[in-house]
Design a protein around this ligand. Sequence first.
Ligand code: GRF
Length: 191
Amino acid sequence: MKSICIFASGTGTNAGNMIRHFQYSPLAKVVLVVCNNEKAGVVTIARGLSVKTVIVNNDELVNEGILTGMMKNHGIDFIVLAGFLRKIPGDFIRAYNGKIINIHPALLPKFGGKGMYGLKVHEAVLAAGEKETGISIHYVTEQYDEGKIIFQAKCAVEKDDTPQTLEKKVHELEYRYFPVETEKIIAAYES
Ligand code: GRF
Protein backbone atom coordinates (compact mmCIF):
# COMPACT_ATOMS: atom_id res chain seq x y z
CA MET A 1 0.00 0.00 0.00
CA LYS A 2 1.51 3.34 -1.08
CA SER A 3 1.14 6.52 0.94
CA ILE A 4 0.08 9.83 -0.58
CA CYS A 5 0.53 13.32 0.83
CA ILE A 6 -1.64 16.13 -0.54
CA PHE A 7 -0.44 19.74 -0.46
CA ALA A 8 -3.24 22.32 -0.64
CA SER A 9 -3.81 25.94 0.36
CA GLY A 10 -7.47 26.66 -0.31
CA THR A 11 -10.99 25.34 -0.22
CA GLY A 12 -9.82 21.77 -0.61
CA THR A 13 -12.62 20.29 -2.68
CA ASN A 14 -10.12 18.35 -4.81
CA ALA A 15 -8.23 17.21 -1.74
CA GLY A 16 -11.47 15.92 -0.18
CA ASN A 17 -12.43 14.17 -3.39
CA MET A 18 -8.98 12.56 -3.64
CA ILE A 19 -9.05 11.40 0.00
CA ARG A 20 -12.48 9.80 -0.48
CA HIS A 21 -11.43 8.09 -3.72
CA PHE A 22 -8.39 6.48 -2.13
CA GLN A 23 -10.33 5.25 0.89
CA TYR A 24 -11.51 2.49 -1.47
CA SER A 25 -8.25 1.87 -3.34
CA PRO A 26 -6.18 -1.27 -2.75
CA LEU A 27 -3.17 0.61 -4.14
CA ALA A 28 -2.71 3.73 -2.04
CA LYS A 29 -4.15 5.94 0.70
CA VAL A 30 -3.93 9.62 1.52
CA VAL A 31 -2.17 9.64 4.88
CA LEU A 32 -1.13 13.28 5.20
CA VAL A 33 -2.30 16.74 4.15
CA VAL A 34 0.07 19.70 4.24
CA CYS A 35 -1.38 23.21 4.25
CA ASN A 36 0.21 26.64 4.68
CA ASN A 37 -2.94 28.30 6.06
CA GLU A 38 -4.67 27.04 9.20
CA LYS A 39 -7.89 28.84 8.20
CA ALA A 40 -8.13 27.15 4.80
CA GLY A 41 -11.18 25.00 4.08
CA VAL A 42 -8.95 22.06 3.24
CA VAL A 43 -7.94 21.77 6.90
CA THR A 44 -11.55 21.22 7.99
CA ILE A 45 -12.20 18.81 5.12
CA ALA A 46 -9.08 16.69 5.68
CA ARG A 47 -9.48 16.51 9.47
CA GLY A 48 -13.18 15.68 8.97
CA LEU A 49 -12.06 12.71 6.89
CA SER A 50 -9.58 11.70 9.63
CA VAL A 51 -6.45 12.49 7.65
CA LYS A 52 -3.52 13.88 9.60
CA THR A 53 -3.12 17.54 8.63
CA VAL A 54 -0.01 19.60 9.23
CA ILE A 55 0.19 23.38 8.95
CA VAL A 56 3.57 24.54 7.63
CA ASN A 57 5.04 27.99 8.12
CA ASN A 58 7.24 30.03 5.81
CA ASP A 59 10.51 28.75 7.31
CA GLU A 60 9.47 25.18 6.71
CA LEU A 61 8.68 26.04 3.11
CA VAL A 62 11.93 27.79 2.28
CA ASN A 63 14.45 25.75 4.26
CA GLU A 64 15.63 22.73 2.33
CA GLY A 65 15.43 19.46 4.23
CA ILE A 66 12.45 20.21 6.48
CA LEU A 67 9.64 19.13 4.16
CA THR A 68 11.66 16.22 2.80
CA GLY A 69 12.26 15.02 6.36
CA MET A 70 8.55 15.33 7.14
CA MET A 71 7.70 13.15 4.12
CA LYS A 72 10.27 10.51 5.09
CA ASN A 73 8.91 10.45 8.68
CA HIS A 74 5.43 9.71 7.34
CA GLY A 75 6.65 7.17 4.76
CA ILE A 76 5.25 9.19 1.85
CA ASP A 77 5.64 7.69 -1.64
CA PHE A 78 3.70 10.17 -3.81
CA ILE A 79 2.85 13.85 -3.51
CA VAL A 80 -0.25 15.45 -5.00
CA LEU A 81 -0.52 19.24 -5.25
CA ALA A 82 -4.15 20.32 -5.27
CA GLY A 83 -4.22 24.09 -5.22
CA PHE A 84 -0.99 24.63 -3.27
CA LEU A 85 0.01 28.26 -3.74
CA ARG A 86 3.54 28.29 -2.32
CA LYS A 87 6.76 27.31 -4.00
CA ILE A 88 8.09 23.86 -3.09
CA PRO A 89 11.81 23.68 -2.09
CA GLY A 90 14.20 22.39 -4.78
CA ASP A 91 15.60 19.55 -2.65
CA PHE A 92 12.08 18.27 -2.12
CA ILE A 93 11.35 18.25 -5.85
CA ARG A 94 14.63 16.43 -6.56
CA ALA A 95 14.01 13.86 -3.79
CA TYR A 96 10.56 13.04 -5.20
CA ASN A 97 11.43 13.53 -8.85
CA GLY A 98 8.66 12.02 -11.00
CA LYS A 99 6.48 11.39 -7.96
CA ILE A 100 5.02 14.86 -7.47
CA ILE A 101 2.01 15.77 -9.58
CA ASN A 102 -0.02 18.93 -9.84
CA ILE A 103 -3.36 19.84 -11.36
CA HIS A 104 -3.68 23.10 -13.26
CA PRO A 105 -7.12 24.49 -14.22
CA ALA A 106 -6.32 25.20 -17.89
CA LEU A 107 -4.76 23.56 -20.92
CA LEU A 108 -1.02 23.98 -20.33
CA PRO A 109 1.34 25.19 -21.69
CA LYS A 110 -1.10 28.08 -22.09
CA PHE A 111 -2.26 30.06 -19.02
CA GLY A 112 0.34 28.70 -16.60
CA GLY A 113 3.20 30.12 -14.59
CA LYS A 114 3.60 32.41 -11.60
CA GLY A 115 0.43 34.27 -10.63
CA MET A 116 -1.82 32.03 -12.73
CA TYR A 117 -4.18 30.52 -10.18
CA GLY A 118 -7.86 30.58 -9.27
CA LEU A 119 -10.14 32.90 -11.22
CA LYS A 120 -7.15 34.64 -12.82
CA VAL A 121 -6.66 31.61 -15.03
CA HIS A 122 -10.27 31.62 -16.22
CA GLU A 123 -10.21 35.39 -16.76
CA ALA A 124 -7.13 34.97 -18.95
CA VAL A 125 -8.77 32.16 -20.94
CA LEU A 126 -11.81 34.39 -21.63
CA ALA A 127 -9.67 37.44 -22.45
CA ALA A 128 -7.74 35.38 -25.00
CA GLY A 129 -10.98 34.33 -26.72
CA GLU A 130 -10.25 30.61 -26.33
CA LYS A 131 -12.84 28.19 -27.68
CA GLU A 132 -11.92 25.50 -25.15
CA THR A 133 -10.32 25.12 -21.76
CA GLY A 134 -9.85 22.24 -19.34
CA ILE A 135 -7.44 20.64 -16.90
CA SER A 136 -3.81 19.56 -17.04
CA ILE A 137 -2.25 17.01 -14.73
CA HIS A 138 1.54 17.28 -14.87
CA TYR A 139 4.75 16.37 -13.10
CA VAL A 140 6.17 19.09 -10.89
CA THR A 141 9.57 20.57 -11.65
CA GLU A 142 11.33 23.61 -10.25
CA GLN A 143 9.59 25.85 -12.81
CA TYR A 144 5.91 26.61 -12.17
CA ASP A 145 3.58 24.56 -14.42
CA GLU A 146 6.36 23.43 -16.78
CA GLY A 147 6.73 19.72 -15.98
CA LYS A 148 5.73 17.03 -18.45
CA ILE A 149 1.97 16.88 -19.04
CA ILE A 150 0.50 13.50 -18.11
CA PHE A 151 -3.20 14.04 -18.84
CA GLN A 152 -5.55 16.71 -20.16
CA ALA A 153 -9.33 16.91 -20.46
CA LYS A 154 -11.22 19.67 -22.27
CA CYS A 155 -14.50 21.52 -22.10
CA ALA A 156 -15.99 24.17 -24.37
CA VAL A 157 -15.84 27.89 -23.66
CA GLU A 158 -19.26 29.30 -24.61
CA LYS A 159 -20.10 32.91 -25.47
CA ASP A 160 -21.90 33.52 -22.19
CA ASP A 161 -19.27 31.92 -19.93
CA THR A 162 -17.85 33.96 -17.06
CA PRO A 163 -14.76 33.18 -14.97
CA GLN A 164 -17.13 31.65 -12.40
CA THR A 165 -18.93 29.37 -14.87
CA LEU A 166 -15.60 28.24 -16.32
CA GLU A 167 -14.33 27.51 -12.83
CA LYS A 168 -17.38 25.31 -12.24
CA LYS A 169 -16.90 23.40 -15.51
CA VAL A 170 -13.21 22.91 -14.80
CA HIS A 171 -13.89 21.75 -11.26
CA GLU A 172 -16.26 19.12 -12.63
CA LEU A 173 -13.46 17.80 -14.88
CA GLU A 174 -11.08 17.83 -11.92
CA TYR A 175 -13.44 15.81 -9.74
CA ARG A 176 -14.04 13.30 -12.52
CA TYR A 177 -10.42 12.77 -13.59
CA PHE A 178 -7.88 13.80 -10.96
CA PRO A 179 -8.26 10.85 -8.54
CA VAL A 180 -8.51 8.17 -11.24
CA GLU A 181 -5.57 9.56 -13.21
CA THR A 182 -3.50 9.79 -10.03
CA GLU A 183 -4.29 6.16 -9.31
CA LYS A 184 -3.16 5.20 -12.84
CA ILE A 185 0.14 7.03 -12.34
CA ILE A 186 0.76 5.16 -9.08
CA ALA A 187 -0.25 1.85 -10.69
CA ALA A 188 2.23 2.46 -13.52
CA TYR A 189 5.04 2.73 -10.96
CA GLU A 190 3.91 -0.52 -9.40
CA SER A 191 3.85 -2.57 -12.60
C1 GRF B 1 -8.21 23.75 -8.61
O1 GRF B 1 -8.91 24.42 -9.60
C2 GRF B 1 -6.89 23.26 -9.13
O2 GRF B 1 -6.86 23.06 -10.50
C3 GRF B 1 -5.96 24.38 -8.79
O3 GRF B 1 -6.42 24.88 -7.57
C4 GRF B 1 -7.81 24.67 -7.47
C5 GRF B 1 -8.07 24.08 -6.11
O4 GRF B 1 -9.46 24.04 -5.85
N1 GRF B 1 -4.58 23.95 -8.79
P1 GRF B 1 -10.00 23.32 -4.55
O5 GRF B 1 -9.32 23.98 -3.35
O6 GRF B 1 -9.64 21.88 -4.65
O7 GRF B 1 -11.47 23.54 -4.55
